[in-house]
Design a protein around this ligand. Structure first.
Ligand code: EPU
Length: 418
């Protein structure tokens, strides 16, 4: 088991490059299996555990998968089955995209119920509602999801909740349905748009992503294409917050500043400086910030995936901050760990009340989930003394070389194998 050991209390200076977006890549890699001819050459793929797991699943389905640096080439013309179950699938969430992709292309799919971070109940009822509306029959037995359809026929689907996963998944299946599908109350996240752009490059006809009404005119087949995944909004946000909390000046390259606006606005409200410049943002901070209130919301609201890292810097910001987690019911497990480092936080349901303290002190803490792990790295970088973070396999699922990137900025952080 690896752990991260951080000797904190140092400001961050320098520049880093952000990787391709995890939550786009984990949908685009399964979507590539919808190409019945040609190869997909996809650039800016992050080499994180969740993507590697999906690559293994594609291989097990008979696809040819080659990876050189950040570019993956997928040939799915030779696919030989629709049973996507592999041993490591249970630990990840995005395996659910194999349902939409396989259902679209082959009219059947078999996957295990998705796992992922323990941050709430995370049902997939809206995915199922969408597949059934298109004409599929969905059965769940012993944790396995079986989906079949004689035909998929386009229709109107109104999602009861705004769901990234359901929007993308139903969009995948509808791309190869007969006729037109309208998705209403859709998620507007940048990665939803990115997946649609990828599908359109493969020959799909999808319009309206980035708004809450998506119109998909079904096509009969998709073919390979060249594509580049957008930069990771959440990784960029993590480095922005770390710089703001530790103090210093960092240029964060390979970002789309528009995707970072909700984070930028909050950092400015707290007293940090954020300068946008083409495809980079520079964050400057004295390290002493003012507390603010945040409420997580679907895009373009403040992202739930940045809520936990934000709590770490609010823990040392002046005054009281209220954090309202409106997306997930149990995304507060980082709080008990932050308290071990001296944070003053009380949680009631989905609301955390944070009273800023002068300093955090290093402690032994556990990454309970992916973004809790990011929050603890930031807390460790801010804190005086040594912080040890265990269970970092959660962090490796979503961040590429995170300790190397922080080391490049002057942080004293190392990975230790026990
Ligand atoms: N929901 C339902 N029914 C559904 C689907 C979702 O009630 O059928 C609810 C969820 O329980 C949640 C809300 O709707 O309360 C939003 O869930 P959503 O479906 O948008 O989340 P997801 O698809 O499971 C993706 C990301 C998450 C990110 C959320 C929100 C992937 C693989 N995961 O999850 O990423 O938090 O969207 O933006 O794309 C992370 O990267 O750390 C992470 C957890």
């Amino acid at each position: 088991m690896d752990k991260l050991v951080i000797n904190g209390g140092k400001p961050l200076y320098g520049s880093i490059d952000i990787s391709g977006a995890k939550n786009a890549a984990v949908a685009i890699v399964p979507a590539a299996l919808m190409a019945s001819s040609g190869v997909c050459v996809i650039d800016n793929i992050p080499d994180i555990e969740d993507v590697l797991c999906l690559e293994r699943i594609l291989l097990s389905l008979g696809c040819r998968v080659d990876k050189v640096a950040n570019t993956i080439t997928i040939d799915s013309s030779i696919i030989n089955g629709t049973d996507a179950i592999t041993n490591d699938m249970r630990n990840m969430r995005a395996s659910y995209y194999l349902i939409g992709a396989l259902l679209g292309r082959f009219r059947e799919a078999k996957v295990v119920l998705p796992g992922g971070c323990p941050i709430g109940v995370r049902p997939i009822d809206q995915h199922i509602k969408g597949f059934e509306a298109l004409g599929a029959v969905v059965k769940i037995e012993g944790g396995t999801v079986f989906v079949t359809a004689e035909k998929l026929i386009g229709t109107s689907i109104y999602f009861d909740v705004v769901s990234v996963g359901a929007t993308i998944n139903v969009m995948l299946a509808a791309t190869l349905a007969e006729g037109t599908t309208i998705l209403e109350n859709s998620a507007k996240e940048p990665h939803v748009v990115d997946v649609a752009n990828f599908l359109n490059s493969m020959g799909a006809n999808i319009k309206g992503t980035g708004t809450d009404v998506i119109r998909i005119v079904g096509v009969s087949e998709l073919k390979g294409c060249d594509y580049s995944v957008i930069p990771d909004q959440i990784e960029a946000g993590t480095f922005m917050l770390a710089t703001a909390g530790c103090g210093g000046e960092v240029i964060i390259n390979n970002v789309i500043p528009k995707h970072l606006e909700s984070i930028t606005a909050k950092l400015e409200e707290m007293g940090a400086q954020v300068i946008q410049n083409g495809e980079s943002v520079t964050v400057k901070s004295e390290g002493k910030l003012k507390g603010v209130n945040i409420k997580t919301l679907p895009y373009p609201g403040f992202p739930t995936d940045v809520q936990q890292p934000m709590s770490s810097i609010l823990a040392v910001s002046m005054g009281r901050s209220i954090v309202n987690e409106s997306i997930y019911e149990s995304r507060m497990m980082h709080v008990d760990e932050l308290k071990k480092m001296g944070a003053k936080i009380s949680v009631e349901g989905r609301i955390a009340t944070i009273d800023g303290v002068d300093k955090l002190t290093g402690a032994k803490v556990r990454a309970t989930d992916l973004r809790a792990g990011a929050a603890l790295i930031i807390a460790g970088l801010i804190a005086d003394g040594v912080t040890e973070i265990t269970d970092i396999d959660h962090i490796d699922r979503g961040y590429l070389n995170i300790e190397e990137k922080f080391r490049k900025l002057g942080a004293d952080i190392k990975r230790v194998t026990e």
